[in-house]
Design a protein around this ligand. Structure first.
Ligand SMILES: *Cc1c(COP(=O)(O)O)cnc(C)c1O
Length: 466
């Protein structure tokens, strides 16, 4: 498989280089040159397979000959062996034809583990054989940092430095990061807010000497391997509900459009999907787009579903590339308009992707949905999942089609909102029950770039002098 940039002006790469490169040199994102096809018979053969077996089968075509099938099979086995539920991504039933896809059984209790657990292994495998290493640097306001740390801890080819704003992440979120004591993991509390952290990371990336010397890399959601890993659960879930012989609908709590775009990729590969529902909180640029054709930047309001508080969606460009007939020049022009004019619009006819519907859910509705789901289905859900459930019920066209809402985080990850809605304090799962008793390790640094650079330089291992 070869990969091309959405802006049409960067080298064509193989899987290995795409995973290690991230953003394309022309500013675009890499996508597969063609969509591998799964026939109905191919999809039927997934029935009865374990999650790790299904992942290896579905994803192999994306790897080309970069990784041997038996090696990759061992990686999916290891990645998904770290999940607390044997089914990895189990399905639970809320009502006659309403289901929850539980994506939160990984080490940090949010769906990002599904992709990052595999990405960590891919890094080790691909870098190790090139005799190289990377220094991951990232800023987090909570979720992504812990998932990245869990994915990279103890890996030979990776050192990871994660910045968080001192005193401004929840205690669960901080402890999920700082109680990982492996020697290649560095937690840095910055005396500032999240924007200060992000500005420093950006400055590090723009310092090309520093970047090249340490092999600085990011694990953000534009990495193709992350999207790719998320395709799997659309297939496995559909098959467990009668697919491919019966279409299924999915409602996806969305922010950077990575998760739902993976569902779109599954449909491009041949999975019959009736509706793909884009569910947003009040930061609703995506929902406005699918209802009006206009993609216009606004500010960001903090919400109780913070992992979806975004201004623009970094993976959206990949979807635009498809609806513009894979014309890179068009995408370049749209992105110019977004930068310089704050937005763009597309012809609704161009948006004839009938598979998508979209809606938004405000704060009060989120709390009400958490309360109602507990009352009616005896299930405690987190605020992100609640957004998905509410928009699913608003946008659903056909009651006879199974509706699967993606449950993207465990309720114990967002205890304040859950408790406010239900008066119940959600308990951490047993494998994390001692989180508050574990040893923490972190340093606190001032909001100063030079101090941070020195700190990283003194600690990051450099294997490859070339
Ligand atoms: C990241 C995240 C989302 C949003 O996913 P995208 O791929 O960015 O659309 C939703 N819910 C939770 C809990 C998340 O951590």
């Amino acid at each position: 498989m070869r990969y091309i940039s959405t802006r049409g002006d960067a080298p064509v790469l193989n899987f290995e280089d795409v995973v290690l490169t991230g953003l394309a040199r022309d500013g675009g994102l890499y996508v597969p040159e063609t969509w591998p096809q799964m026939s109905k018979d191919d999809i039927r053969t997934l029935a009865g397979k374990t999650y790790a077996e299904a992942a290896a089968l579905i994803l192999q075509p994306f790897l080309g000959d970069c990784i041997k099938p038996d090696e990759f099979r061992a990686m999916t086995e290891k990645a998904y062996g770290s999940f607390a539920h044997k089914a990895v991504v189990p399905l639970s039933q809320l009502d006659d034809n309403d289901f929850l896809m539980e994506l939160y059984h990984g080490p940090t209790l949010a769906f990002k583990d599904v992709a990052l657990q595999l990405l960590g292994l891919l890094y080790d495998h691909l870098l190790g054989r090139q005799g190289k290493k990377v220094t991951i640097v990232g800023a987090t306001s909570g979720d992504t940092g812990s998932a990245a740390i869990e994915a990279c801890k103890g890996r030979d080819a990776v050192d990871i430095f994660i910045l968080h704003p001192a005193g401004r992440v929840s205690e669960v979120q901080r402890r999920q990061m700082t109680t990982v004591l492996d020697s290649n993991v560095y937690n840095i509390a910055i005396e500032g807010d999240f924007d200060d952290c992000q500005a420093m990371v950006k400055a590090l990336f723009n310092d090309h000497d520093f970047r090249d010397q340490l092999g600085v890399s990011a694990v953000n959601s534009i990495n193709w391997a992350r999207v790719m890993a998320q395709i799997v659960y659309y297939f496995t879930t559909a098959v467990s509900l009668g697919g491919p012989d019966r279409p299924v609908s999915f409602s996806v709590p969305s922010g950077n459009f990575g998760d739902i775009y993976a569902g779109y990729c599954a449909s491009k590969m041949g999975l019959p999907i009736d509706q793909l529902i884009v569910a947003t909180n009040r930061n609703d640029i995506l929902s406005r787009f699918f209802n009006t054709g206009k993609y216009i930047k606004e500010g960001v309001d903090p919400t109780i579903s913070p992992s979806m508080d975004i201004q623009v969606s970094s993976n959206f460009e990949r979807f635009l590339f498809e609806i513009y007939g894979r014309n890179g020049a068009d995408i370049k022009e749209l992105m110019r308009q977004l930068d310089e004019e704050g937005g763009f619009s597309v012809n609704m006819a161009q948006l004839n992707e009938a598979v998508f519907s979209a809606g938004r859910c405000d704060e009060q509705e989120t709390l009400e949905t958490i309360r109602q789901t507990l009352a009616e289905s005896a299930k405690l859900v987190d605020p992100h999942t609640a957004v998905g459930l509410k928009v699913a019920s608003d946008c659903r066209r056909d009651q006879t089609v199974p509706m699967v809402t993606l449950s993207t985080a465990h309720p114990a990850k967002f205890p304040a909102a859950v408790e406010k809605a239900t008066s119940i304090h959600p308990e951490l799962p047993s494998h994390m029950a001692d989180l508050f008793g574990r040893e923490e390790r972190l340093v606190q640094l001032p909001n100063d770039l030079a101090t941070l650079q020195t700190y990283i330089k003194e600690r990051a291992r450099i294997l490859d002098a070339a």
